[in-house]
Every structure is written in C-alpha cells, then in structure tokens.
Design a protein around this ligand. Structure first.
Ligand SMILES: [Mg+2]
Length: 416
C-alpha cells in the first residue's frame, strides 16, 4: 500500500511517513474515473478536482511556490487534431516534455494547480471534461494534482481572478503561506495572432502574478505577445479622462421643481440608472426593462404626469423616432421635456456591464449581464439628440467613476 514506506533496513517498522500528500489519498486512487475527488466546497459554477492533497496538517515554515496552469492548449490538446476534444480520451500532452516538467516541479516542492475556463454548457461535454481529469492525473503518477474549472460567466471565469482567489483562500484557511512573488501562471491565451483571446495574460495581470506562455515556460522561447495586452482597462483608455465635468452645462440645477419629462439617451451600462437614483429622487422612474414594452412605458408616464408627478424615461432612447413618442406625450400633457445624453464610450459601457454584474457593491441593486448584442444595436441605430426634436434643453452626462478605493481596483481590471 502506498500510504507508508518501510524503512530501508527492513528490520525496524514502524513505517516512516513520507510527504503528507502520499498519506492522504483523496477519493479513489486507481487510474479509473473514481481516482481523486470532486469537492462540493465550491460554488455550483466552479469545479474543484484533486488527487491526493499536498496541504498537510503542518504547514512548512517557508512559503510554498505555486505553478498555475491553463489546461487546453497549455498542458493538453486534442489527440484527434480537432479544435475541440470529441470525448474524455481525445487528448494528448501539449508537448511530450510537459509531464516530466510538471513531475519535476512537484517533486521539487512546488504545488501545481490547473485553472481552466470551460464554457461549454452541454451536460455531455461537461461530463466528458470532468471524466478526463482523473485520466490526466493518472498519467502524472502518484503525485498531487488539483484542477479548478470555471463553468459560467462569473467571477471564476478568466480574466476574472475567482479561481486564483479560491486557491489563495484554500491555502490561507489551511494555514499555508503562498510565496506571492514566485507564483507563476502559464497559459496559451496571450493575445497572439493565433490565440482565441488573451484571458490567460489578463487574468495574471489582474491577479498580480507572473505570466508565461507554454512556449516560454516549457520550451524556453522568448516573449512573443502584445504586452501590455490589447484589451480595455479604464486606466489605459484615452477616452476616459477623470477631469471631465460630470454634467455639461453645469451651471443650472439637474432636477427641477416644476413638472416635466426628462428623457435619457445612452448606451446600456452608461450610468443612467445610477444618475437617476442620485439626482432625480422626486421623479418617477419609467424603465422598459421592468415595463417590457414602449407602450407600457408611455402609459405609465402618462399616468404619473396626470397624478402631478415628474418622470424620468430611463431607456436607451437611441434614435429620434423613439424619443418623438415622449416629445408627443409632453405636448399632450402640456409639460416641458428635457434630454440628458450619456456619452459613455461603448468600450467603457461593455466594461461596466461586466463590472456591475460581477463586482457591484452589495448595497447597489443587482444587475444582470447584458448580451454583447445590446451594445452593437445601440451604436448601429444611434442618432445624436437635437433640440429641434422638441427638447427645451439637452445636457451631456460624462461618465465619472464613483466608489471607494477597493471598488476602483476591481473596476480598473481587465474584465472581458
Ligand atoms: Mg487554453
């Protein structure tokens, strides 16, 4: 049995313990599908597989070194040559050097952990992927092997750092210190021409850890990818200047005492609803996300005006035809109508879409992640609002970040 090792003399049991990971087989230990354990300690969207456990009860005095790997295109690739694996057996090492390289790392005391995005929703594909993990582990022999898999577009999905954060917490909870200066992450999604994206690189940058491509790490090749990455991040965006005034013109009150209609125009996730909450507390909120149709919005707005209340129409109102409906309502009700134009650039709006769905502070209403389509259709149909459509005033609202330092750090990450 593998748990104990006889002393070399053979004359003096008791057996001497070796590394703790040899003493704690987790789940089955054969080469079959029962080898290792799928933990239930994570969220439903996070797979946590491990074979053996390198985290013994007595942490070492020196911090441990972590080598983190992406899986597909980094450690393994389909043996069929297809882009995606057909089943659990359709895999081979990315390069024949990989298993020895990993074994050497583990034997030298480093902890090897795989962080993998798994976007496929089909249960069969997910099951085949899970079933592959014990097979990969078996090829590494009796060495510890841990894999995390992000199934949904949430905090675990790279470039978000949820999987790395999960690892950091796991080690902390067990009393093990990680040598943060020596953590490396190896992945093939680095933004090179042939790469499907650069989320391995941007995840590493978000987490503040070193990044290498498999070519660099396993083959010793030199760095060959755009660095800094060609991805949106607020602090790298020339379109975003912190010194923009939030509202232009800025010399008159935003909300008024007299009854009126205020129409918002702006791409999804441009800050319209937050602006409403901050500045228009006495106005009724008209919003198509909750009322479903434009007709329902118009009916609701008319009802509130007839009750003597001002309204804010918090929709994208992207073109003249959409806005004309409310200009007509203002005429019908004999009230003035003003427009606030939110100029948030599409790249920033898409970024904010992810930020508010994944990282918005707990005291803000939960927002759903909008599909990319919502942004494209706004831009395609957009018509710049003009006074001669019937507005008494048009004001421009520039996006200005508001939130504490902790939130700003999360917001200023690569999120897509
Ligand atoms: Mg990959």
């Amino acid at each position: 049995m593998r748990e104990v090792k006889r002393s070399s003399s053979g004359s003096a049991p008791p057996a001497k313990k070796v590394h703790s990971f040899f003493t704690q087989p987790a789940g089955g230990s054969g080469a079959g599908p029962s080898r290792g354990t799928f933990d239930k300690d994570a969220s439903a969207s996070l797979v946590h597989y491990h074979y053996l456990d390198p985290l013994g009860d007595t942490p070492p005095t020196a911090p441990v070194e972590l080598v983190l790997y992406d899986l597909d295109g980094t450690l393994i690739k389909p043996s069929s040559g297809a882009k995606f694996p057909k089943d659990r057996n359709d895999w081979m090492w990315w390069n024949p050097i990989v298993p020895k390289h990993i074994k050497d790392e583990i034997k030298s005391g480093k902890h090897v952990i795989v962080l993998s995005n798994q976007g496929h929703k089909a249960p069969k594909i997910r099951n085949e992927w899970r079933a592959k993990l014990p097979l990969i582990s078996a090829k590494l022999g009796d060495l510890p092997f841990r894999v995390l898999g992000a199934l949904e577009k949430d905090i675990y999905r790279k470039p978000n750092t949820g999987m790395f954060d999960f690892v950091a917490k796991l080690y902390k909870d067990r009393g093990w210190e990680i040598d943060m200066d020596k953590v490396v992450y190896v992945g093939d999604a680095a933004g090179r021409k042939r790469d499907h994206n650069n989320t391995d690189l941007t995840m590493a940058l978000n987490a503040g850890i070193k990044f290498y491509t498999p070519e660099e790490h396993f083959l010793g090749e030199t760095k060959a990818y755009p660095h800094p990455p060609d991805s949106f991040r607020p602090s790298n965006s020339p379109a975003l200047q912190d010194n923009l005034p939030p509202v232009v013109p800025s010399n008159t009150p935003i909300a008024r005492d007299k009854m009126e209609i205020v129409v918002f125009t702006g791409i999804p996730a441009s800050g319209k609803t937050s602006f409403y909450r901050r500045h228009f507390t006495s106005y009724e909120h008209i919003n198509q996300d909750t009322l479903r149709t434009r007709d329902a919005c118009v009916r609701a707005a008319r009802k509130k005006l007839e009750e003597g209340k001002s309204v804010v129409v918090d929709n994208t109102n992207r073109n003249k035809a959409t806005r004309a409906v409310y200009v007509a309502l203002a005429k019908e009700q004999g009230v003035p109508i003003r427009l606030f134009h939110f100029t948030t650039p599409p790249e920033l709006a898409k970024h904010n879409n992810v930020y508010r769905a994944l990282h918005a502070p707990a005291d803000e209403p939960k927002r759903e992640l909008l599909p990319a389509l919502a942004f494209g259709s706004y831009t395609a149909d957009f018509e710049l609002p003009k006074l001669n459509e019937g507005f008494e005033e048009i004001r421009t609202v520039n996006f200005v970040w508001e939130g504490d330092e902790e939130q700003r750090k999360l917001w200023d990450r690569y999120l897509q």
